[in-house]
Design a binder for this molecule. Sequence first.
Ligand code: ATP
Ligand code: ATP
Ligand code: CA
Length: 220
Amino acid sequence: RPAHGEQRIAVIGLGRFGSSLAAELMARKWDVVGLDENERRVQRHRDLLTHTAVADATDDEVLRQLGVHDFSSAVVAIGSDVEASILVTSNLLEAGVPNVWAKAISRQHGMILERLGAHHVVLPEHEMGERVAHLVTGRMLDFIEFDDDYALVKTIAPRVATGVPLGETGVRATYGVTVVGIKRSGQDFTYATAETVVQPGDVIIVTGRTQAVESFAELE
Ligand code: ATP
Ligand code: ATP
Ligand code: CA
C-alpha cells in the first residue's frame, strides 16, 4: 500500500454510495477527489473532501485535467446512467488507473464492466441483499463471504462447541469449520486454540466453506 499522500483516489458520482464511500476514505486519511456533474451535490461535499469538481466525467478531457492517470485508484459510483458508467470506466482504464472500482446496478451491467476490464465490480444492492438473508435466516451476527466459497462468521456459540476444549469438541472434523476467535461478554476478543473452552453465550468467529459455516451457525 502506498504511503500517505499517494493514497489518492477519485470518486466519480457523489450520490448516496459515492458520498458514503468518499467520507469513509477521508476518515482513513486518503486524498479524495470527488467529481459530480450536479453542482448542488458537489457543493455539499466541498468542505468534506480533499478536492471537488463539477464536471461531466464522460468527458475524457475532464479526467485528464484532474490528473486521474496519476491516481492509485478510482471509483465509478454512477449507477442508474449505465451508459455514463461504462464510458467513465472505459476512460479510466484507458488512462491507466491501476485500480478501477465500478458500481453496477444489475448483473448485466456488472458483467459489461468486468468485460471492459474494471478491476473490481461491486453490486451493492445484490450483495447486501444476500448478506442480510444470511443474517435473517440464521443466528449469525455478522457474515462475510469471500470469492472462493469461503466465509467468516460471527455467531453465538452452538452448544456443540462449548463446555470442553475446542480440540476435544471435534467441530473441525464434524462440521468442517474452525473457531478462530472468541468474545466473552465484557472481555476483549481472543484467539481460539485447541485448548480454549467456549462457554454457552460466548460470541465466536468461525471460518470455513460457506455451506459448512452456515450449517454450523444454524445449530442450537
Ligand atoms: P446512489 O444510489 O449512490 O444515490 P444512483 O445509483 O442513484 O446513486 P446516479 O444517481 O445515477 O446513481 O448517480 C450518482 C451520482 O453520479 C449522481 O450524483 C449523478 O449526478 C452523478 N453522475 C451521473 N452521471 C455523471 C457523469 N457523467 N459525470 C459526473 N457525475 C455523474
Ligand atoms: P490440526 O492438524 O488440525 O491443526 P493439531 O495437530 O494442531 O490439529 P489440536 O490442535 O490438538 O491438534 O486439535 C485437535 C483437534 O481439534 C483437531 O482435529 C483439530 O482440527 C481440532 N481443532 C483444534 N482447534 C480447533 C478450533 N479452534 N476449532 C475447531 N476445531 C479445532
Ligand atoms: Ca440508487
